[in-house]
Design a protein around this ligand. Sequence first.
Ligand code: PLP
Length: 405
Amino acid sequence: MKFYNKSSKLDHVSYDVRGPVLEEADKMVKRGIDIIKLNTGNPAAFGFKAPNEVIDDLITNARHSEGYSDSKGIFSARKAIQQYCQLKGFPNVDIDDIYTGNGVSELITMSMQGLIDNGDEILIPMPDYPLWTAAVTLAGGNAVHYVCDEEAEWYPDIADIKSKITSRTKAIVLINPNNPTGALYPKELLEEIVKVAREHQLIIYSDEIYDRLVMDGLEHISIATLAPDLCVITFNGLSKSHRVAGFRCGWMVISGEKKHVRGYIEGLNMLASMRLCSNVLSQQIIQTALGGYQSVDELLLPGGRIYEQREFITNALNEIPGITAKKPKAAFYIFPKIDTKKFNILDDEKFVLDFLHEKHVLLVHGKGFNMPTPDHFRIVYLPKVDELKMTTDALGDFLQNYRQK
Ligand code: PLP
């Protein structure tokens, strides 16, 4: 009999947000155990509703969305994205520079497949949203992780970035606002990153899916606006801001200088046409979603659900002996640090599994976000405060007697 194994291309690819810890939680659910799942940033699962106008648009347009569209997307969607970019100040964005995708996820994978030759290096933040590392690895590249410094608001460490550039480095990836840390990068820092990219002629990839989920009156600045002379590829979508993660609606925008990336763009066009097009029905909602009133804003102000949940989770975590957590400024994740000496933690996945087994709450371990040390975990703080309180009470209680064996 012939046996089939997974492709060796997948040997070093991992995506732990839905990996072994989720498999274990699902097994427990099958045994009839209720689990609080705080592993994915899926607003609809926690009772956040999509705006009515978006749903109405979807229903109205169903009949006009039966066929394939242009590979890059329908005109009205791309026009709305172009205008969104103009308002933010992106330089040099033509309608043809915009690609819609089945979520940002598809476009991350596509953009790396189109760029990387075996052994090419891509600078990726550490911690990262792990799809970036997975996409680089799957494409045959090396994800070279640069430090984001917890003691400096989780900002990228410029000296570390510089020290990791080699003749094989093709690009730098930014996740701003950041998942998993909730950091938001100020203009001066972005300018420093642009300087480094300029000096080494790197392409900049900026994942900005949380750009409309910023708190405390802060402003999100797209790095594309600071780099008219470089090629910047910016990713965004509606999964989070419009609570429609299931619709798979994302886009990427190539801005700035493109002379030197013509060949790469040809490759991207080829990959876009190979998947024919992205879901046309969800493209139909982009114009309505991006125009006018943004209902997500009220969730982010004092009294709004995401704001209040952030206040609660930050304070409650910091009250647990052995846990410290920087307050996130954007998105809906927090990435606390755990005192590994105090609890003898050598393996953070085991810590998450031990907590899951005892308290029936699912978190994701820091190594799932490519942290080199076992001293972090991520909480999605989308549940209401009473459920978050159950989580932090359970964690405090669990840690009172925890020593990893
Ligand atoms: N980028 C980041 C930073 C994310 O956190 C996520 C989802 O959690 C994605 C991309 C994927 O988004 P999409 O639903 O558009 O595929």
